[in-house]
Design a protein around this ligand. Sequence first.
Ligand code: NAG
Ligand code: NAG
Length: 671
Amino acid sequence: MHFHSFVLFALAAPWAAEAQGFVASWDDAYTKANAALAKLSTTEKIAIVTGIGWGKGACAGNTGTASSINFRSLCLQDGPLGVRSATGITAFPPGIQAASTWDRSLMRERGRGIGGQTKALGVNVILGPVAGPLGEFAQGGRNWEGFGNDPYLCGVGMEQTVAGIQEAGAQACGKHYIGNEQEKNRETMNSVIDERTMHELYLWPFAEAVKANLASIMCSYNKLGGKWSCENPHALNELLKQELGFRGFVVTDWNAQHSTADSANAGLDMTMPGSDFDGKNIYWGTALQSAVSSKQVSSARLDDMVKRILASWYLTKQDQNYPATTVVKGGTGGRNVQGNNGTIAKNVARDGIVLLKNAGNLLPLKKPKSIAIVGSGAVANPKGINSCTDNGCNTGTLTMGWGSGTATLPHLRHYNLNRYSQRRCLRGSIRRRRIVFITSDSGESYITVETNAGDRSDLNAWHNGNDLVKAVAAINKNTIVVVNSVGPIILESFADLANVKAIVWAGLPGQEAGNALVEVLYGDVSPSGKLPYTIAKSASNYGTSIQATTDGFSEGLFIDYRYLDKNKIDPRYEFGFGLSYTTFNYSNLDITGTPTSGAESGDTIPGGSASLFDVVATVTATITNSGSVDRRRSRPTLHRVTIFSAFNTYKTIEGFPEAESEGGGESDSYV
Ligand SMILES: *[C@@H]1O[C@H](CO)[C@@H](O)[C@H](O)[C@H]1NC(C)=O
Ligand SMILES: *[C@@H]1O[C@H](CO)[C@@H](O)[C@H](O)[C@H]1NC(C)=O
């Protein structure tokens, strides 16, 4: 391999959170694990590495216990945006929204919030964050759970989230490792990925997670190069444990195991849920004990599995007064563990909003006479915000996709309705604005929503969204489009219309959807999100599409913007695009350091060869807000606004204060 990480110190990303992490010591954790190992019986060792069976414990997965060392049943629970199934927890925006903030500190705070709630409920291992799928296919059903298809950005998302979760005392689980890029045929797909592509795209975000002392990794359902991911010695023993220096444990995706000895010898350390979903097919448990007795699996390998699980437990100090597991699966933890995490959720939702178009500076809204809110995406599901199992419907405000990566909404700050009469909007006014909400959804393949079997069938807005926008734009010259989407949609049918003055990419906002959007629309803050993927002009411009057969192949390095660049295809909005209400000016640009080349070198540290993480260049600049709007206007309390709406009817809102115009001259240095 000949790649060096080029560390560009992102100009818009404060480093502050980097300094305050906990100092994890794997060596100390292994010292304790070795001492504990000596006390364990073989039966206890087997219990630690084997799930107790589907549906048998309080959590999505539970291990057995080892009373000789006070090791209770470890609780493993979904998921990547909050503790699944529990109530009274925060439903944060998904990973893709955190990515579009491009803000390390916010990613870290979100991770801490998820981890803190995980611990408060006595869950040991939270099944996230997600770097697989990375996003080879724009239609990939679970892309929204992760941090976008750029490996560097995704790697930052993984590193910060893992660090945040584990600082708060929970064990993170990086998933799904590896090559699990689509939902169609995910349990039979064979992903074929060449070594350069593996290293530069798919493995890199996991390397960053390992560098942040990731406690566990979930091997995926698919095959890689012809071998199941959970019994793949190249993926597990060679790439992950040897090359990346991963010292935590590898756990199966649920029911992703296919063998007893082969999986053990390939580097698998824990099986979940311990049986198949019918309670049959138990590959470990007594079967593993027999395989060790008959020397198909060495006792040293079994000890290594146990040590890895115990070391992660000690590393996160879960041996010391970890809270008891509060009922998770039943959904009534009974306690509210949110604290002020709703504010973090709102900040991620808000700062992930990307302003794509703003003709004539229509936004921020300046004392509009009336606003018509159009589109079913503007209002909460009338049957209830959690009425669809695992969010398996696209009815009303879209806050997240569907599947196991969801959480129960404690509330929804939606674009609320009720108070405003239809007549007001129809009366007309020169300052009349129409805001149209459109959506596009996807999720996990065990649920099909409106014919989308996990992966998206196409890249169009759902529910005739394109026609809805065109119909509104035909009668109103100040049309604002708000998009809530799991990933790119094709905007060509309306993006250039003169009456479509603004396009606001609100992404997947989680529970604080309305609060976040209102602060941007009214200019309480300037939008600062940037696209974490390319919005192309047609689906075919991505050059990749969901594979129809199980003989998967990788497109190589050229996914998303790499493909468009290589083929000289103009996107509608490029990766990293995002407008602001203000303008910036930079000066004192300085670049120090000497780019290097050649093979990596140095000791293997968590994450890989130490030299991979050498800082090879540092860029500094002074950035000045040269416009007339504050980048972050912090008024103590903003007018408590909700936007009012209704299902397929037009409602209005009026009387908001003029957005104050201040700012300019604000200057910050970033290193
Ligand atoms: C988030 O929730 C956790 C668990 O209750 C709590 O420890 C933490 O302080 C909360 N964070 C904030 C900002 O309130
Ligand atoms: C940009 O910043 C420089 C240095 O602070 C200043 O001299 C210049 O006038 C600024 N330009 C604009 C357009 O604000």
